[in-house]
Design a protein around this ligand. Structure first.
Ligand SMILES: Cc1ncc(COP(=O)(O)O)c(C=O)c1O
Length: 490
């Protein structure tokens, strides 16, 4: 191949003035879009003509320029988003972010650094952010940690280190066949990212034992002890307990201190999946709910959920820094650290997780913590918990609604139950009701199933929600439900 035919060299830095003009317009439009979010429907499905355009398989060979691309974005993408920036979005567990978060992302985009371990400020920023979170959880200052893409990834990283600490060098070098039959434990309420981790790590989903939860949806510690004893008798090797700190269904918290005692007695790793619940530790008044978290061997938590930071960013903390390093640092001569120059930094982030190349996730976290301070995030956590309790009391006060489990933190599960009906009929009615609520555009809760009952479920982590949103939500739910059941009778 000859390169002689290249007449004009190109790059991607098109006319800077034109790009800047488009950028200013994008910024103004986006601020306006965010300022008016409350006035719009929460969710609108993409219409057919939009989906048709978005499924057109012909690739754009010649570019149309930034203005035309932006027009397509405004027409095809932005109006049909999930809705999680809206104050009445409470589905799954999804944060709303903020205008400051958007700007922080923009600054990180402008630098476009790869935070793998070079001597650069962004590497120190990540270390500083991790130190701040260690102090939030009263974790030792010499513990390790990493910013990752998600709570799922944080669980995966922690469970990798737990597995490797149990299996030692033989497992790391030879694979699982050199290790004993490893078994981990969690409750039936544990998030399925841990099941994914069990299969990715070769432990096998069946060897992540699902221990029964008690009537409050906390792990039954007697049943846990029994399961561990049975596995030992059968010649298997228990290695880890995964504690829930905020179950995805009901926001419940396992007895972390009791689990620490069991882990100590049985010489097991204690991992806390605190995707959102761990952030209760930010609030002095709510912190007692997560007592014992500081004794975990590892903690996973998201910053894109209850801290409302822009997607995607989560964090894993690992008490044993040496064990963390052993899991993710196979030798590589092309990554040699030198005594000076670019490759001389002290923070080797690429050696602490699956990703070598990593964006500057820490930067938005650092900027937002400097902008608002931890105290503002603590206030939002407290406010969301108060809103959940307010909603719970509205539901209890209604003869047509049933609260399916007491509100503990920020999750509320309920159903419409206008009159005695069998469970199947109630489940079918509430499934239809949830879809109607979402399609009406007034709010987005999601669903779960609690002991066979289909539940309309809210996980309130939204910094934009206000108390009156919940009054309006109940008014709208009852209106929609009554119209549905009246229609069915006619
Ligand atoms: C308890 C729990 N763990 C883990 C996760 C997974 O987190 P992510 O969605 O950030 O991967 C979630 C998500 O809702 C969760 O609620």
């Amino acid at each position: 191949m000859t390169l002689a035919g290249i007449k004009t060299e190109v790059g991607l830095d098109d006319d800077m003035e034109r790009t800047a003009a488009a950028g200013h317009r994008m910024l103004d439009d986006t601020i306006e879009f965010l300022s008016s979010v409350r006035d719009r429907r929460v969710w609108t499905a993409p219409p057919e003509d939009v989906k048709r355009k978005l499924t057109n398989p012909s690739p754009p060979i010649d570019g149309a320029g930034i203005e035309a691309a932006y027009d397509d974005f405004k027409q095809l993408v932005r109006p049909y988003t999930l809705g999680n920036i809206h104050p009445r979005f409470w589905g799954w567990v999804i944060g709303a972010s903020s205008p400051a978060g958007m700007l922080a992302d923009m600054l990180a985009g402008g630098m476009n650094v790869n935070v793998w371990g070079a001597e650069e400020s962004a590497a120190y920023v990540e270390a500083q952010v991790l130190q701040w979170f260690k102090s939030v959880f009263a974790y030792p200052a010499d513990a390790s940690g990493l910013l990752v893409s998600s709570g799922s990834m944080a669980n995966l990283v922690a469970l990798t280190v737990a597995r490797d600490a149990a299996g030692g060098a033989a497992l790391i070098d030879e694979g699982l066949h050199a290790a004993p039959h490893l078994v981990a434990y969690c409750s039936t309420e544990t998030h399925n990212s841990n099941d994914k981790a069990a299969s990715i790590l070769g432990i096998g989903r069946r060897n992540l034992r699902k221990i029964a939860a008690d009537r409050d949806y906390r792990i039954d510690t007697d049943a846990l002890r029994t399961a561990i004893a049975e596995d030992r008798t059968a010649g298997r090797t228990p290695f880890c307990i995964i504690a829930n700190c905020g179950t995805v269904n009901t926001g419940q918290i396992d007895d972390l201190r009791a689990l620490r005692r069991i882990a100590d007695e049985e010489r097991l790793w204690l991992h806390v999946d605190g995707a959102f619940g761990a952030l209760l530790a930010l609030s002095p008044s709510l912190r007692p709910l997560v007592a014992g978290i500081e004794q975990a061997d590892s903690i996973a938590f998201d910053l894109h959920k209850w801290m409302n930071m822009p997607y995607d960013v989560a964090c894993v903390l690992i008490r044993d820094a040496a064990a963390h390093g052993r899991s993710f640092s196979p030798p590589a001569n092309y990554l040699t650290q030198l005594d000076g120059g670019v490759a001389s930094g002290p923070h080797h982030w690429g050696h602490l997780g699956p990703d070598l190349s990593r964006g500057a996730r820490g930067l938005k976290v650092w900027l937002l913590l400097k902008t608002f301070g931890f105290s503002r995030f603590a206030q939002i956590v407290e406010q969301n918990v108060a809103q959940a309790h307010h909603l719970g009391s509205l539901i209890e006060a209604s003869a047509e609604l049933e609260l399916l489990t007491p509100v503990v933190t920020n999750c509320v599960c309920f159903r419409y139950r206008p009159s005695p009906a069998d469970e199947d009929a109630l489940n079918a009615l509430n499934r239809r009701l949830l879809v109607r609520i979402q399609e009406s555009g007034v709010a987005v809760p999601s669903s779960t199933v609690l002991r066979g009952a289909f539940a309309i479920r809210l996980a309130i982590v939204n910094q934009r929600s206000r108390m009156h949103d919940f009054d309006e939500f109940i008014r709208d739910v009852l209106q929609i439900a009554r119209a549905m059941t009246a229609g069915a009778k006619e």
